[in-house]
Ligand binder design. Structure first.
Ligand SMILES: [Zn+2]
Ligand SMILES: [Zn+2]
Length: 148
């Protein structure tokens, strides 16, 4: 298996398995590399239909970071219209989330949590039963980063 390096500081990434999903983490900057497969798995487990509907990438532009997968310039984009920018391999082999983005995920999480608090519990259990899942994508990402 090829050794993956951080697109920001070229440190070797360390394999980690958190919340049952495989990811590669940079010990230097705490960025995280997710494969398309892992992101897909997380999205499949998302409890809310609005998270998985529609386009994944908005406002795409090329950045001067080498992809850990193919060493080509990565593409930066807004994730599903959230105020959350992540970078992807130009061939969609994987996705990079840096430390700042982790903070943005926290903000998204907070908004998400207050929205969920307003939703009736009946509606929630209906959603969960219908989709056969009990956990949202962002909760999964939260677990992945070990944010409580
Ligand atoms: Zn790094
Ligand atoms: Zn690549």
């Amino acid at each position: 298996m090829n050794r993956l390096v951080c697109p920001v500081d070229q440190t070797n990434l360390v394999l980690s398995k958190t919340a049952g999903e495989e990811s590669s983490k940079c010990p230097e900057c705490d960025g995280v590399w997710l494969t398309l497969e892992t992101l897909g798995t997380l999205e499949d487990k998302a409890a809310n239909a609005d998270m998985v509907k529609g386009q994944r990438q908005y406002g795409k532009h090329e950045v001067d970071h080498d992809c850990p997968h193919c060493a080509k310039n990565m593409i930066r984009f807004r994730y599903r219209g959230y105020n959350l920018e992540i970078e992807s391999c130009p061939t969609d082999a994987g996705f990079w989330l840096d430390k700042n983005e982790e903070r943005e995920i926290r903000d998204v999480m907070k908004k998400r949590a207050s929205n969920l608090a307003r939703a009736s519990s009946a509606e929630q259990s209906w959603h969960n039963a219908r989709r056969g899942v009990k956990i949202s994508l962002l909760q999964r990402i939260k677990q992945l980063f070990g944010i409580n």
